[in-house]
Design a protein around this ligand. Sequence first.
Ligand code: NAG
Ligand code: NAG
Ligand code: NAG
Length: 196
Amino acid sequence: MSPVFISVLLVVACHGYPDGAPDTPEMCDTLKPTHYIIKENSSSGQWQPTALKPFNYSIHVNRKSVYPGKEVKIIIKADQMYFEGFILQARRASNTLDYSKKYGTFKPHDEDAKLICNDAAITHTKHFHWKNITFSWIAPQNVEENVKFVATVVKGYKTYFMNVESDVVKVSGTSAVGISTLILLLASAMNIVHLV
Ligand SMILES: *[C@@H]1O[C@H](CO)[C@@H](O)[C@H](O)[C@H]1NC(C)=O
Ligand SMILES: *[C@@H]1O[C@H](CO)[C@@H](O)[C@H](O)[C@H]1NC(C)=O
Ligand SMILES: *[C@@H]1O[C@H](CO)[C@@H](O)[C@H](O)[C@H]1NC(C)=O
């Protein structure tokens, strides 16, 4: 094994995110990896996101609208090759760069993903080459909003893509709990009428 190969391994181990994006306020807002390459003579530089399109990564949702409190299934997919990591969040569809608005909570389907950012973001848990990864999002209560899922997808240590977006999902309507409560109320009201 050449010395060069060993030092590259060390840099990756120290500065990549093999167990997911770090749970820091900065990461939760910017979704931007901040790993550095350490160069000889201690100069350092930050890798920039790849701007070339198409991204070759896509985010698929199983519905276009959802009631508050209900679940949307999400798949991040590598249309070519694979990805090594990601961080994904729900943002306002009209401005996905506005990180003051983050919606709902996430639910991993397996041990490949975990929650960060007070459950308002999801990231990978291990070093792996994924073709796709599936998890769920629970729409927030008391919110009517069009949201999009926006992700940073990492292809490899040096290569990542920001602002990969899903289609719009509309959060609106009365939640199922609200409707069943209403039916119960109605039923008991009718019983009272019958009793009288
Ligand atoms: C590091 O510094 C030395 C001495 O100034 C120089 O000879 C060498 O080329 C530098 N290496 C790099 C990668 O800049
Ligand atoms: C997308 O995939 C194609 C085919 O593999 C490749 O030529 C292209 O460079 C990829 N795009 C990006 C932005 O990496
Ligand atoms: C996800 O990737 C696996 C291979 O790792 C493949 O068998 C499966 O069909 C893919 N699922 C989707 C939804 O693309």
